[in-house]
Design a protein around this ligand. Structure first.
Ligand code: HEC
Ligand code: HEC
Length: 467
């Protein structure tokens, strides 16, 4: 991994700051006050950043309302919000991102929650048609079920299927003899799905289970420049440290060009607005200029024939015209991140020493050199077979994932009222389990973590909870 961060001051002129305040030079301390919160309640991830002007506050409130208020199925009297379905997973963004925090695999009653979704794709057959699909869509959808399993359908349109969760226990033994049991998810249609209402899936289908992440610091991550992200790439591992970060390069229907991917577990969304539109389409079947088609495949006749929403039909054919999408993205980009206070300095030292910081890069300097501390390089890394989901998304291969940002990780229990489930599919019940799943490029560093004493390991974990 090359460590030559380039702070492109040229970029200054193109940055659109999210707050009016930032147009003047301010101190790092003031910057932190604008963007971080000491709130210690279940509303910790829902705090508006300081210093928005009246017009921006209006936009924030509008975005928040589209983000939170339930959509309804067409036809309905509520025509402003009736684009839901016919096939969908949830009727509002917050059902999967509760209080803007993480989802959980199970509901309180033990059933599987809506925030645990199954992405669907098939291998490319190498044809020209599939090559084109891969280029612009990033993966090939399944013919009948499309790109994501919908667990709900509106009247006359059966839901697609329901997810299952199955694990096998595996044990890991530390050099000091301590044994930890990990839950290894079982993959394959029989283990991951039930009630398939549209017949068999493609025999080579890949099913990728994903747990909804917290929506944290998205505006700050968007201010890190492409140049800064690309500066840490080392695709061929030229410096021979075993770590070869790679940016995902993805198609943006908004800009009609290829861009550096930043959001989602495989970094396949280039911007918050893109991911909001993708979520609205995949999870709720809402259309927008970025994703204009309903979430029905050609094999789903009832879905294609179902009544469509009337929202804003007078002046636009979309459920989410661009200004609605912009306000949702504005809302998400202008939320505070939890303030981090480090007291575990020995843990901090070990985290750096064993090399966790090679991927979980502690900080980036934004334009004007304000420091943000997401603990991610925003790059894809091969994490080994144990974390493979068999799915390709643009440049991200089966075993590759975007380095998970670690900021705020100790705060999830405030919104969840329990410890968070970690990694892309929530398989890890503790930070320790998440670390023990690291393989591939992180294998050596994971082994170095395992060689620490129990006391040192706990220090690393306690440090991470403070980020
Ligand atoms: C059915 C559950 C569900 C619903 C509803 C949902 N999301 Fe998500 N969201 C997810 C999952 C799962 C991911 C991770 C996706 C991936 O890796 O492919 C995600 C990822 C995201 C991300 C990327 C976060 C990051 O740090 O990379 C954003 C932004 C987002 N969702 C916004 C929204 C918005 C806006 C809405 C409403 C329009 C919404 N979501 C509705 C489940 C959901
Ligand atoms: C080669 C890059 C790399 C290295 C080195 C690395 N990580 Fe990670 N880390 C990742 C990626 C990628 C993920 C997300 C994997 C997934 O979701 O399946 C992750 C996830 C995590 C998570 C779970 C976060 C969450 O919210 O789910 C924790 C905790 C974590 N890493 C801690 C560490 C520690 C501690 C070290 C050093 C011992 C370390 N990592 C070294 C790439 C790395």
């Amino acid at each position: 991994m090359q460590k030559k961060l380039s702070y492109s001051f040229l970029y200054l002129s193109t940055v659109v700051f999210t707050t009016a305040l930032l147009s003047n030079e301010i101190t790092q301390e003031k910057f932190d006050k604008i963007y971080t919160t000491k709130n210690n309640s279940k509303h910790i991830f829902s705090q508006q950043i300081t210093g928005l002007n009246n017009e921006q506050i209006d936009k924030f409130i509008e975005g928040k309302s589209f983000y939170r208020i339930p959509w309804v199925e067409a036809p309905s009297a509520t025509t402003a919000r009736d684009g839901l379905g016919p096939l969908f997973n949830a009727n509002t963004c917050i059902s999967c991102h509760p209080k803007n925090g993480k989802g959980s695999i199970y509901n309180e009653n033990g059933s599987i929650s809506r925030s645990y979704i199954i992405r669907v794709s098939i291998p490319s057959n190498g044809s020209k048609q599939h090559q084109d699909i891969l280029k612009f869509n990033g993966f090939v959808s399944e013919k009948t079920y499309g790109s994501q399993i919908s667990i709900n359908g509106s009247l006359n349109v059966p839901f697609e299927a329901k997810p299952l969760v199955a694990y096998k226990d595996i044990t890991v033994t530390y050099p000091d003899g301590e044994i930890v049991t990990l839950k290894q998810p079982l993959h394959g249609v029989d283990h991951q799905l039930t009630n398939l209402n549209y017949g068999k899936l493609h025999e080579k289908v890949s099913l990728s289970s994903r747990l909804a992440p917290a929506l944290l610091g998205l505006g700050l991550l968007e201010q890190i420049t492409d140049e800064q992200i690309l500066a840490n790439e080392d695709i061929d591992d030229i410096n021979k440290d075993g770590i070869s970060g790679k940016a995902n390069i993805v198609y943006s229907p908004q800009d009609k060009t290829f861009k550096v991917g930043r959001y989602t577990y495989k970094a396949s969304a280039p911007s918050v607005i893109h991911q909001s539109a993708a979520a609205a389409n995949n999870d709720m079947s809402l259309t927008s200029p970025l994703f204009p088609n309903e979430n029905c495949t050609n094999a789903q006749e009832n879905c294609l024939k179902a009544p469509k929403g009337d929202a804003m039909r007078a002046d636009t054919p979309f459920d989410l015209p661009i200004h609605r999408l912009e306000s949702i993205a504005f809302y998400l980009k202008n939320l505070k991140i939890p303030k981090s206070t480090i007291t575990e300095f020995e843990g901090e030292k070990l985290f750096a020493q064993i090399g966790c910081i090679k991927c979980h890069i502690p900080s980036f300097n934004l334009a004007n050199s304000y420091k943000v501390k997401p603990f991610t390089d925003m790059l894809l890394h091969d994490m080994g077979e144990g974390l493979s989901d068999g799915r390709v998304e643009f440049k991200a291969t089966e075993q590759e994932w975007r380095t998970a940002p670690l900021w705020g990780i100790g705060k999830h229990k405030l919104t969840l009222k329990k410890e968070p489930e970690l990694l892309h599919d929530g398989r890890a019940k503790t930070i320790e389990e998440a670390i023990l799943w690291h393989g591939g490029e992180a294998l050596k560093i994971k082994n170095d973590f395992m060689s620490l004493t129990k006391e040192q390991r706990n220090k690393v974990i306690n440090y991470i909870k403070e980020l």
